[in-house]
Design a binder for this molecule. Sequence first.
Ligand code: SF4
Length: 341
Amino acid sequence: MSTTPAVPGAPLPGAPLLDVRDLRVEYRSRGRRTVAAVRSVDLQVAPGEVVALVGESGSGKSSAVRGIMQLIRPAGGEVRFDGQDLTTMGRKELRRARRDMQMVFQDPFSSLDPAMTVAEIIAEPLMVHTDQDRKHRRASVVEMLELVGLRREHADRYPHEFSGGQRQRIAIARALVLRPRLVIADEAVSALDVSSQNQVLQLLQSLIAELGIACLFITHDLAVVRSIADRVAVMYLGRLVEQQPTEELFSSPQHPYTQALLSAALVADPRVQRTRRRMRLEGELPDPSNPPAGCVFSTRCPAAIDVCHVEMPELLPLADGGRVACHLVETVAAAPGLAVR
Ligand code: SF4
């Protein structure tokens, strides 16, 4: 098979839609010290695939999203979307690229402009990115409202007239109105009660499947990703520590941190819950400006041995797929140029 794209610069067939390599995101603290929130993250999302990025608050997952979307310029690495590196793009090019990459944010109470009607909110991306006239925009708004389970008469109301779950439906309608190729959902159901959470999750899941949209789903709650994600990447203190297909991760978590997260998560299947060894996650996430030497998890890991405190384990492939960064887990050496999935 030829590995040369038909159009120069176009992505190779089978290439990931989103391809993040060695992403680093830094902030300046008040004392003007540099704090590395994301240290060398590799992450790929294939067209139509749902990848969950999971970690505690402070693990760097939201900073990773900001770096991917170029809301903050990364300190290093590449973020390729459809083969094009976003980190080298100017404002105009980025604006064009963002048409195909839409976001759903955590807080439906602050992410919707209270002064705009629902129709104006959903139509806004169409105004920015298309030349649709008013009549067509209205038709698109009504179509989206019905797709997300709201009614056409909701179009002329304001966000405060809706519940949290309904507001998140409006946010999803806005994110999908342009039929993007990738949606990044950043803690999109975390602010909702459990019943709205399930409904919004099911809606998002069915819409992305129906429209063939890829999704990067960011959450601190491992329990919610089982039904939605094809693959799960676990992040701790700015690094990926494990990545596996969802079922493998739930049935055979390799990294002690993933095992602790799973142990703490509520699992619907009581047989799984009974057989799961409870593992308490002791202590706090270390200060990202002062990470531990060696493995980032060494200060909280019940399995840590001497080498863990001096040598950082690499994220290496597992024999039957996935990757893990732990000195105690048997991995296979990465072949040069290995597709990282
Ligand atoms: Fe624990 Fe050591 Fe593995 Fe890190 S490398 S997760 S400290 S056993």
